[in-house]
Design a binder for this molecule. Structure first.
Ligand SMILES: C[S@@+](CC[C@H](N)C(=O)[O-])C[C@H]1O[C@@H](n2cnc3c(N)ncnc32)[C@H](O)[C@@H]1O
Length: 231
């Protein structure tokens, strides 16, 4: 069995100060996938079943490019890889990084607030959706200020820290391929009330497993794997 544990991380450069530079949370996802993708399976899902993968909130593009690197080294893994972000600068930066890693227009980029600008033809199409969302509660500073600055999109998850994630999960149902095996991977922080988040996820009809937990400086980061039980 071929695994991808020792695959090198993508080269990432970022001159755009409003774009989130990869951090421990980005690498928590990448390290998980390194352990869980092999020449036949993506975390238990047969590779041949996987047609479309989405890295939502791609930032510098690191996760989409990582998946593209695996695709280039594994002929059984042949999905279309999509990457989207609300910020134009993130899309520009991710496209530059795609080229830096010697891929030429392989990844399909979309600028969109969650799924709002996704074309209808992508409905019911994704087997895997990955979202490292903004997951911290809004600071007093942002609450008192009407306008969000562009860099705030990297971390400001709403008043409780998970409003963006919940909105994402509401919209994601329409875009998952529910007829096949599918997973959503997303992150949350102990700086939000995780029990409240879990209840909301359950109410939306998702099975929610916490599959990794890491402590960084002042918080724990949780990696969730979700499956949609009802549309
Ligand atoms: C924590 S950063 C993660 C970036 C990258 N995926 C990584 O792991 O390094 C969150 C990303 O989500 C994007 N984002 C925030 N709100 C969004 C929304 N409503 N729709 C799409 N992307 C959003 C931000 O611009 C930012 O690039």
């Amino acid at each position: 069995m071929i695994t991808f544990y020792f695959i090198t991380d993508p080269l990432i450069e970022c001159d755009h100060e409003k774009v989130y530079y990869p951090s421990q949370d980005s690498f928590l996802l990448i390290e998980y996938f390194k352990k869980k993708i092999n020449d036949n399976y993506f975390d238990g899902i047969e590779l041949s079943e996987i047609e479309n993968v989405l890295d939502l909130g791609t930032g510098t593009g690191i996760i989409a490019i990582f998946l593209q690197l695996i695709k280039s080294q594994n002929q059984n893994f042949n999905p279309r890889i999509f990457a989207s972000d609300i910020l134009e600068d993130a899309i520009t930066c991710a496209k530059e990084n795609e080229m830096l890693n010697n891929f030429n227009n392989e990844i399909i980029f979309l600028q969109s607030d969650l799924f709002k600008s996704f074309p209808d033809k992508l409905k019911s199409s994704f087997n895997i959706i990955i979202f490292n969302p903004p997951y911290l509660p809004s600071s007093e500073y942002i609450k008192n200020r009407k306008n969000k600055q562009l860099i705030d999109y990297s971390w400001d998850g709403g008043l409780k820290g998970f409003e963006i994630l919940i909105q994402f999960l509401k919209e994601a149902k329409e875009f998952l391929n529910l007829g096949k095996e599918h997973y959503i991977y997303c992150l949350s922080s102990s700086r939000t009330i995780i029990e409240d988040l879990s209840k909301k996820i359950m109410k939306l009809g998702y099975n929610n497993e916490i599959i990794e937990k890491k402590h960084y400086f002042f918080e724990d980061i949780f990696l969730h794997r979700l499956k949609c039980l009802k549309s």
